[in-house]
Design a protein around this ligand. Structure first.
Ligand code: KG4
Ligand code: ZN
Length: 329
């Protein structure tokens, strides 16, 4: 049995968790800064790092107490933190805190790629995926189709050429006057709207590429809103969401056929989207693994889960490990 402390601080959530054997979440605490950044319409990096700095001692302390970890880290086998990608100042807070604990308590320190963390959130569900699988990664900064043949071996089959899908939800929400973060706001507004009201573009239609494009969709929403007699905002939100999700299904189907995938793992903040979850489950001929809703948005449990597998494979960091804001998968 192994118990790992996972710390996530790449953006605007301070997530701290203790996870057993990469599967069972003992304690999971997330302090969200959404209310602080909302007035600015998006994340302000300097404010984000200050908030992480102010809260991290308290949230790590609370998590360790609830998990009944001893004062010298008794009961913990390793300490993990997100190394990147993300905001430099924010990453630095979580990574430095984790390294300091690991050094003091003489435990292995495990740096984790943020997207690998999201991928491992699927392992926190009732039925963990088996390798190999195809992964659809959809977050605020990433839109990727990734082939995972075995743990920690990733081949990127396709990625966005411009905006990430989460970013497009956030930008379109701003156009619609809906609060940050855009994903949940648009999802809620779309419930009242007609998804067929406007036929928005579905991104890259080329059969030769698994890449995505979301900037055209955002511009199409902007133009639609400039029309004097545009449909109600709920219809625009529903039509946008339908197009954004449809674009994912088109490329995911194409990728499944190309690599003859049998399993699909969904990962990232946009994995919380109800329409996306429903369509993937209903329309694809592969076994679909959805992360529990609670672990879609950034959290420490997914970092601890990924770190468990890294530790098993002997992938540990050391005191020289630095944050990498543009870390590649
Ligand atoms: O993974 P995440 O928490 O942070 C990054 O790694 O980027 O993802 C945040 C993104 C935001 O763009 C947010 O609008 C989007 O996930 N999101 C959603 C939903 N919940 C969060 N997008 C669509 N539908 C949702 N229900
Ligand atoms: Zn994320």
């Amino acid at each position: 049995m192994s118990r790992i402390l996972g710390i996530e601080s790449s953006c605007d959530e301070t997530g701290v968790a203790v996870v057993e054997d990469g599967r069972r979440v003992i304690v999971d605490e997330v302090a969200s800064q959404i209310d602080i950044h909302r007035v600015f319409g998006g994340v302000v990096p300097e404010i984000a790092s200050r908030q992480h700095t102010q809260i991290i001692s308290q949230i790590v302390g609370d998590t360790l107490r609830q998990a009944e970890i001893g004062p010298r880290g008794e009961g913990l086998d390793a300490i993990a933190a997100t190394r990147g990608p993300g905001l430099m100042g924010s990453l630095l807070v979580g990574l430095s805190f984790a390294k300091a604990l690991a050094y003091t308590w003489e435990k292995p320190f495990i740096p984790v790629h943020h997207i690998e963390g999201h991928l491992f959130s699927a392992f926190l569900g009732d039925e963990p995926p088996e390798f190999p699988f195809l992964a659809l990664v959809v977050s605020g900064g990433h839109t990727q189709l990734v082939q995972c043949d075995r743990p920690h071996h990733y081949e990127i089959l396709g990625a966005t050429r411009d905006d990430a899908i989460g970013e497009s939800f956030d930008k379109v929400a701003r156009l619609l006057g809906l609060p940050y973060p855009g994903g949940p706001s648009i999802q809620a507004a779309a419930e009242e709207g007609d998804p067929k009201a406007i036929k928005f573009p579905r991104g890259m239609r080329s059969r030769n590429s698994l890449d995505f494009s979301y900037s055209g969709l955002k511009t199409a929403v902007l133009y639609a809103l400039q029309e004097e007699d545009h449909p109600p905002l709920a219809d625009v939100a529903a039509s946008f969401q339908a197009a954004a999700v449809d674009a994912l299904l088109i490329k995911t189907r194409q990728a499944i056929a190309q690599v003859r995938a049998k399993r699909l793992v969904l990962a990232g903040g946009v994995a919380a989207n109800r329409l996306l979850r429903q369509r993937l489950m209903e329309e694809l001929d592969v076994k679909v693994y959805l992360p529990p809703l609670k672990y879609c948005i950034d959290n420490g449990a997914m970092i601890a889960a990924a770190a468990h597998s890294r530790l098993l494979h002997g992938h540990v960091g050391d005191m020289r490990t630095t944050p990498e804001p543009s870390l590649a998968l």
